[in-house]
Structures are given as structure tokens and as C-alpha cells.
Design a protein around this ligand. Structure first.
Ligand SMILES: Nc1ncnc2c1ncn2[C@@H]1O[C@H](COP(=O)(O)OP(=O)(O)OP(=O)(O)O)[C@@H](O)[C@H]1O
Ligand SMILES: [Mg+2]
Length: 257
């Protein structure tokens, strides 16, 4: 009786080579893929391609997971779970165009402005997640945390400062501008940040304040705020959102009955 055809190769040696070459996932999956290839009679190049594709997709998954962790982006806010039907004031196709990340390549800026609960943070985070998937480095901060980090770095020499996340990432998301009035020192730190990133990297800013009220937020410094907005709004995608609070939708529903 003839034995069923199996792959008579020294898998340990092959795995060893893959490991030495840094192809750890391929090494791990080799046996399963080989058995599948023998069973389904795959051509050699199909088998080779499957091994490489497995390595590539696992690496990509790991890269995305690591970048998301490093970015500080909150979880569970994606374009997939954003209900555009609830917020007709937001043009879905405009957001979808931004999700291609061409604006990040062009070092442009994005401003989400509007009242509480309308999805500013959600959309900013969702576009951040898209940016990570497209290979960009991203940092997410609430303005308060960003100011805290910048104050702590006040003594760091400029050469080393360049390595800080808020300066070097391709996309910096600053959430909640306008919630608090900044001190002169804070406003000046924020101005320096915007100046540094201007035409070097992208930014998303969310704010509950119309830009005409920004001087008040920036320690009453009209001159500095004008210079800041000039940089920020040059090549900026502005979303001035008017709508209902998603947080209050259950309450609205309850009140209707
Ligand atoms: N259209 C939407 N579809 C699904 N979830 C939404 C939508 N809009 C808002 N949410 C959810 O509602 C909550 C509030 O939204 P978000 O935090 O984005 O509001 P915001 O505009 O940033 O408000 P604030 O100015 O108070 O920070 C979040 O949990 C968010 O995921
Ligand atoms: Mg918010």
C-alpha cells in the first residue's frame, strides 16, 4: 500500500532559516500552510506567495496595533461606527475624502468646531485611526494634557525637543481647545507648537469655540491669536458643525414619549 503523499522536508531547518531571516510569522505558520498546499495541490509559487502574504499581513496587524497604542487615540471611535444619519450637518463624502489621508501628505490642517456631543472628538479620532492604517504616525492629546507635556519639556534643549511626539508625528490631534482659558505661558507654548508644525506636519483641532472667540481663550492676546489662526487656517479643512448632541439622544427620545 502506498502511503499518502506528504511533504518530506526538514521543517525544523526551514523554520530555522525563516527565523534567522526575521520571518517569525512565516516560520510559525509554515507547517499549516505546507499541509494545505500538499492537500490542495498548490503550485510551488502559490505556496511561496501564501507564506509571504501571511508574514506581511501579520506584520501589518502588529504595526497597526503598536502605532495605535503609541498614539494615545481613544478606542472604539471609528468611521464605521459613526452614524452619519444622526448628524446630517456633516458631509459624509467630505469625511471619506479626508479618510484617504491625502491632506496629511500635504501637511494640511483640519478644524472641527461646534457645540458639545456632536461628534467632534469621534471624527478626529476616527481620522486618526485611518491615518495609522495608512502608515502615518499619530499623537492624540486633550489640550490640557498637551500643555502639561509641553510645560514639563520647557527645559529640554531644542535638539532633543524635536524627538517629542507632539512635534515629530505626521498628525497631531489636539482635542478640546476652548474648554479652558489658557495662561499667557500656555498660549505662547501653543503658538510655538502651531508655528513649528505649520507646513511640517498635519493637525486636527477640535473646539467648542468659534475662532472669533479664540483671543479670549488665548489669554486675551489678540496679536498672537491672529498670528496663530493665520498659520492654522492656511490650507485648513474647516467643519463648522451644527446639530444635536449624540449624548442627549436617549434623553430626547425619552422626552418624546
Ligand atoms: N453621529 C454619531 N454616531 C455615533 N456615535 C456618536 C455620534 N456622534 C457622537 N457620538 C458618540 O457620542 C459621544 C460624544 O461624542 P464626541 O465625544 O465626539 O462629542 P464632541 O463633539 O467631542 O463633544 P464635546 O465638545 O463635549 O467634547 C461619543 O461617545 C461618541 O462616540
Ligand atoms: Mg470632544
Amino acid at each position: 500500500m502506498t502511503k499518502p503523499k506528504t511533504a518530506h522536508v526538514d521543517l525544523d531547518a526551514t523554520r530555522g532559516r525563516l527565523d534567522v531571516l526575521g520571518l517569525g510569522y512565516a516560520s510559525e505558520l509554515l507547517e499549516g500552510l505546507l499541509n494545505e498546499a500538499v492537500k490542495d495541490n498548490h503550485a510551488p509559487h502559490v505556496f511561496l506567495d501564501r507564506v509571504l502574504a501571511a508574514e506581511q499581513s501579520r506584520r501589518e496587524e502588529r504595526r497597526i496595533a503598536t502605532s495605535l497604542k503609541l498614539s494615545g487615540l481613544p478606542q472604539d471611535m471609528t468611521l464605521g461606527n459613526f452614524d452619519f444619519g444622526f448628524q446630517p450637518g456633516i458631509d459624509k463624502s467630505r469625511i471619506e475624502t479626508l479618510a484617504t489621508c491625502a491632506w496629511i501628505r500635504a501637511h494640511e490642517t483640519l478644524l472641527f468646531q461646534g457645540p458639545p456631543g456632536i461628534g467632534k472628538t469621534h471624527l478626529a479620532v476616527a481620522l486618526g485611526v485611518k491615518a495609522v492604517a495608512n502608515g502615518f504616525s499619530v499623537a492624540f492629546y486633550r489640550l490640557e494634557d498637551l500643555l502639561h507635556a509641553m510645560k514639563q519639556d520647557a527645559e529640554v534643549p531644542p535638539r532633543r525637543l524635536k524627538g517629542k511626539k507632539y512635534l515629530k508625528t505626521s498628525l497631531l490631534i489636539t482635542d478640546e481647545v476652548g474648554f479652558q482659558t489658557l495662561s499667557r505661558q500656555e498660549a505662547s507654548l501653543f503658538f510655538r507648537l502651531v508655528s513649528y508644525r505649520y507646513q511640517r506636519g498635519s493637525m486636527i483641532i477640535t473646539t467648542n469655540k468659534s475662532v472669533k472667540d479664540w483671543p479670549e481663550v488665548m489669554a486675551g492676546d489678540e496679536v498672537m491669536t491672529t498670528a496663530l489662526l493665520d498659520r492654522l487656517l492656511h490650507r485648513c479643512h474647516v467643519f463648522n458643525i451644527k446639530g444635536r448632541s449624540y449624548r442627549l439622544r436617549d434623553l430626547e427620545r425619552a422626552l418624546k414619549h
